[in-house]
Design a protein around this ligand. Structure first.
Ligand SMILES: *Cc1c(COP(=O)(O)O)cnc(C)c1O
Length: 424
């Protein structure tokens, strides 16, 4: 038995499913997880000393690669000054100033500890601001694990093949309406039925939790126009796309304005950080300024802020990183697409910036239903082939591949060779 297997045997006895987040389980690919001991650059090493080229990047945060020296140094220095004070600090001010300027429509921002918290709080702010209860989400989009949003969600919920979650009272989801991604008509119909009741439309501007599903031409613009018309708050959940597609996220990349934006993942550079922010008149509703209550003992934690500040400063000061990451993504996923087209195996490739997915289906994947046509058994087989060759992909079909600035062209060319070997 490997070290990973031995550890997993111990883990399942004391941790549900042996993991602290379902997406880490290798259940859907019929394996037990590799226990990761360390990571550096584009690589991770497990407890058995096996090194992998990593395409998960902690599910997004590691856009500069693992163990970046500037981030590590900032964290080490912050640790020496104490881990938490439960009081206001300079780094929180610097963090807010760093992002409220360069990011469109981000006039005020509040730090929290996860993407889940960010989204949950943004929804509350939107409801408080509008005085309305209903929200629209899209099938296959994942917005964290809070009660109201576990409705036909993506990511681990989709992999598990369940519509929602046990333990969520009907009352918690009765105001959550589901629409179809890339289908403006499905949104308009909900507004026709409830013209004065919808507080917010929340969307992943690039779907990245049903595999990668980019917005079709005009979709985000349509959502903007509808929300403006009905006085509804448009929330871009940029937990994955924020600071990834561009420093200004999907708003900048697609040139569409949101009213509220939620963050996680990259903003903490690997530390547990989330944030929500946007238009001043909405954010002014949040306590202690306004009547929408939201709080957090460890929010804006000094060590977490040090990590995020270090990573975001590099990204902000070197826009070239985005040009080269997005170019690398379009080349790399473009090559996989060519291979998929040549292959006898039903396969389709979606990509946006440094995100991409290989779906085992012949359908064009543009929403939840079409993503669901993927052959997950085939993905399992592909996943096993790749991990046996030292390539660490997400252990589930309905997740993205993440490129980082630490991936080299040579490494990606080697990966393409393995993809070719498998597909052709
Ligand atoms: C990961 C994710 C979340 C939840 O973030 P956590 O930090 O896991 O709570 C929310 N929205 C999107 C789009 C995500 O990808």
């Amino acid at each position: 038995m490997t070290q990973s297997e031995q550890l997993f045997e111990r883990a399942v006895k004391v941790i549900p499913g042996g993991v602290n987040s379902p997406v880490r389980a290798f259940g859907s690919v019929g394996q037990s997880p590799r226990m990761i001991a360390s990571a550096d650059g584009a690589h991770m090493t497990d407890e058995d000393g096996i090194t992998y080229l990593d395409f998960v990047g902690s599910w997004g945060p590691m856009i500069l690669g693992h163990n970046h020296p500037a981030v590590r140094e900032a964290v080490t220095k912050a640790c020496e000054q104490g881990l938490s004070y439960g009081a206001a600090t300079k780094r929180e001010v610097e963090m807010a100033e760093l992002i409220c300027g360069p990011v469109p429509n981000l006039e005020m921002v509040r730090m929290v500890n996860s993407g889940t918290e960010a989204v949950m709080s943004a929804i509350r702010a939107a409801r408080g601001y509008t005085g309305r209860d209903k929200i629209i989400k899209f099938m296959g989009c994942y917005h964290g694990h809070s009660d109201a949003l576990l409705v036909q969600a993506g990511s681990g919920v989709m992999t598990a093949g369940i519509p929602g979650s046990a333990g969520v009272p009907e009352g918690c989801t009765q105001d959550t309406l589901s629409a179809i991604y890339n289908d403006t008509e499905s949104v308009q119909k909900l507004f026709d039925t409830f013209p004065d009741e919808i507080a917010a439309v929340i969307v992943e501007p690039v779907g990245a939790n049903m595999g990668v599903v980019p917005p079709q031409q005009g979709f985000l613009q349509d959502l903007r126009a509808i929300c403006t018309k009905y006085g509804t708050v448009l929330i871009f959940d940029e937990v994955i796309t924020g600071f990834r597609l561009a420093f200004g996220g999907a708003q900048e990349y697609f040139g569409v304005d949101a009213d509220l934006i939620t963050y996680g993942k990259i903003i903490g550079a690997g530390m547990p950080v989330g944030a929500y922010g946007g238009k001043k008149e909405i954010m002014e509703q949040v306590a202690p300024l306004g009547p929408v209550y939201q709080a957090g003992t460890l929010s804006g934690n000094p060590v977490a802020m040090a990590a995020g500040l270090a990573q975001l400063s590099i990204l902000k000061n070197h826009p070239k990183i985005y040009r080269s990451l997005n170019q690398m993504g379009s080349w790399f996923f473009g090559e996989i697409k060519k291979i998929a087209e040549e292959s006898q195996i039903p396969a389709t490739v979606n990509t946006c910036g440094s995100l991409g997915s290989l779906f085992f289906t012949n359908e064009t994947v543009r929403n939840y239903e079409t993503a669901k046509t993927s052959d997950t058994a085939k993905y399992t087989d592909y996943f096993r082939y790749m991990i046996n060759h030292g390539i660490y992909l997400a252990p589930a079909q309905f997740e993205a591949m993440f490129l980082s600035a630490a991936h080299t062209r040579k490494e990606l060319e080697d990966v393409l060779e393995f993809v070719r070997d498998y597909m052709l």
